[in-house]
Ligand binder design. Sequence first.
Ligand SMILES: [Zn+2]
Length: 168
Amino acid sequence: MLNNSVLVLNSSFQPLHVCQARRALVLVMGGKAEVLEYYDHLYVRSVAQRFRLPSVVRLMRYISTDRRAINLNRRNILRRDGHRCQYCGTTRLPLTTDHVVPRSMGGEDTWENLVTACVNCNNKKANRTPQRAGMRLLSRPKRPHYFSFIYFYHSQSVKNWRRYLFLE
Ligand SMILES: [Zn+2]
């Protein structure tokens, strides 16, 4: 039970991250967070007390989110792109990452210049820009927001998290 996931919101109600109930209870007991939602019918017992298990907590103090940058790496590029080739839309493996502007033309390793591509599209595009290769990107690559990842990690997310993740 103490391993159940709890959604942690900033004091501004922005989703910050997900932690285990154990950690969330420590925050709540220490007065560092308040409980916004509970799991239905889930309780934690201590010797003297019984606590309802929180499912969403909100921090009392605002945490700066600048440091919550997501690492730029292959795995996270595939996640951002929903494991879908950004040229043809296939989800068939293997998937690679492609430099939109090729390295040989000065293209950099950035969120804006790296996209998920299937092997076929990667080979077809080769060392060309999409325009030169006559290919179009399905969407413009951007730096992902950290909380778009919360939903990704928890696609089976708890029902009462949904409104805090702006899913309803
Ligand atoms: Zn493709």
